[in-house]
Design a protein. Structure first.
Length: 332
């Protein structure tokens, strides 16, 4: 079973060096490493070449989705590992993901920085989407604990450090490049779920992630893209009837997320993203692969129940507390 590792990169030489070292230490190593360069201005591509990777130049910053798609198209492996350049993998990461024999799998991804010595904090496990088209990277920012140590079937893995069987892509398609970055993996997960393709969350496979190393978690550009892409998810996958049916949860989810952005000083970026999303809405509906409404009516409330369950067990964020209070979701 051959693995191709696809690593999109835009600067960050030292972070890339740590990832490549962890790839070289895998008990089940990748047969090839493709570093897709999005126009780096440091010597990250040269470093990758010296360390044995094949470097694919994009010539510009084409975005995460376009760079990953280019790598997938050029990959020769039976399995594709898509890895952020600021991730470090435990030596048995690939070995443990392959062992579950799922179409795709991801591990427990911890934050690289620890607030206190010995205190591990979750960066990512899997993604869950509410009816209002906002997503939660489940467990992000929470202290690691038993609730994040259960192996689960999942539909939407974060593409921070995911292993996907190559034959999934002809069925599901590639990442949606109009998203550039942020929520493109959720879009892919929705398509997997609609085709009943289930993966696994494997908590014994460990990785560490610096997180938002390129721009920052609440950088205006990050907020703009997320705000825009939330609307593109609606445009691509929700029928008109479903938008009307869930108009209240959609408004609540979107406006509450705007309030969070405002609290972080990025309210203008949120408004700009929403305007761009509305401007692109019609085109996205025409180009999207709208999912079956009956499927979404069942799947999204299941997502909400999972979000509610884990939020309740680990302490509610104010965002989700207000969302569930105002929409009465997550408990039925």
């Amino acid at each position: 079973m051959s693995i191709t590792a696809v690593v999109p990169v835009w600067n960050g030489r030292d972070l890339l060096a740590r990832l490549l070292a962890s790839l070289a230490a895998q008990t089940t190593p990748a047969a090839e490493v493709l570093v897709v360069d999005n126009g780096s201005q440091d010597d990250a591509p040269e470093l990758a070449f010296r360390l044995g990777a094949r470097v694919i130049p994009m010539g510009r910053n084409a975005g995460f989705a376009a760079a990953v798609n280019r790598g997938i198209r050029e990959a020769r492996g039976e399995w594709i590992a898509v890895l952020n350049s600021d991730v470090e993998l435990a030596p048995d990461y690939f070995e443990k993901l392959l062992a579950v024999r799922a179409p795709f799998a991801t591990g427990k991804i911890l934050q690289a920085a620890q607030p206190q010595p010995g205190q591990a904090v979750i960066d990512a496990t899997f993604d869950a989407l509410c009816r209002g088209a906002t997503a939660w990277r489940v467990g992000s920012g929470r202290a690691d604990g038993p609730i994040f140590s259960q192996e689960l079937a999942i539909a939407s893995p974060p593409w921070t450090a995911v292993l996907i069987r190559a034959d999934v892509f002809p069925r599901v398609g590639f990442l949606e490049e109009t998203f550039e970055s942020y929520l493109e993996d959720v879009d892919f997960g929705m398509r997997c779920a609609a085709l009943h393709i289930q993966g696994r969350y494997v908590p014994t496979a460990l990785a560490r992630h610096r997180g938002s190393a390129t721009l920052g978690r609440w950088h205006p550009e990050t907020v703009r893209r997320i705000a825009r892409n939330q609307l593109l998810l609606l445009a691509r996958h929700y029928s008109s009837r479903l938008i009307l049916r869930w108009l209240w949860p959609i408004l609540v989810a979107q406006l509450l997320w705007g309030a969070v952005a405002l609290r972080h000083g990025t309210g203008f970026a949120w408004l700009r993203g929403k305007w761009q999303g509305l401007s692109a809405f019609a085109d996205a509906r025409g180009n999207g692969r709208r999912l079956d409404a009956e499927f979404l009516k069942k799947w999204l409330p299941e997502n909400e129940r999972r979000i509610h369950e884990i939020q309740q067990a680990t302490g509610f964020d104010s965002y989700w507390r207000l969302y569930f209070f105002l929409t009465r979701g997550g408990t039925k």
